[in-house]
Design a protein around this ligand. Sequence first.
Ligand code: HEC
Length: 131
Amino acid sequence: MVNQAGGGQTGLSKGGQLQKDRRFLRGRGGQRFSALILLTLLLSLLAFADGASETYKARCSACHGVTGAGDTMIGKNLKLRSLASTGVQSQSDEELFVIITRGKGKMPAFDKKLSQDQIHGLVRHIHSLKK
Ligand code: HEC
């Protein structure tokens, strides 16, 4: 009904809609909104407690992509295979640990930048990408 108003009335009815929206935000919608914020906070806390996915995003995603698919500019240039691929997934925790620690080919070593715990976390993170 709001949008049916033509010409000079459009401004008026837009104002009406705006007021309704505000009321909506203050009312039930407001509660839902704060619940959403709480949920987001909780989830980011959980992610932080785990840490590995944060470390991955900060240290690895520039080359390997956020999902590990290697779908970044650098990843494509380096012809990275997906970290979820069988070729990567079939490697043991130890093998992945060594690759991340010492680096491989054009991949830099991370032994000076990350703790052993962080690297173990990344190995778990990579193996969790298995389809
Ligand atoms: C500067 C780009 C770059 C960054 C940053 C990087 N990598 Fe790599 N990564 C590579 C390249 C290039 C290879 C392929 C090396 C090869 O096979 O010669 C590779 C290979 C790998 C492999 C083996 C994949 C396979 O095909 O067997 C794993 C596992 C891996 N990286 C994990 C990580 C993790 C975890 C991080 C973050 C701590 C990371 N990489 C950061 C470039 C990068």
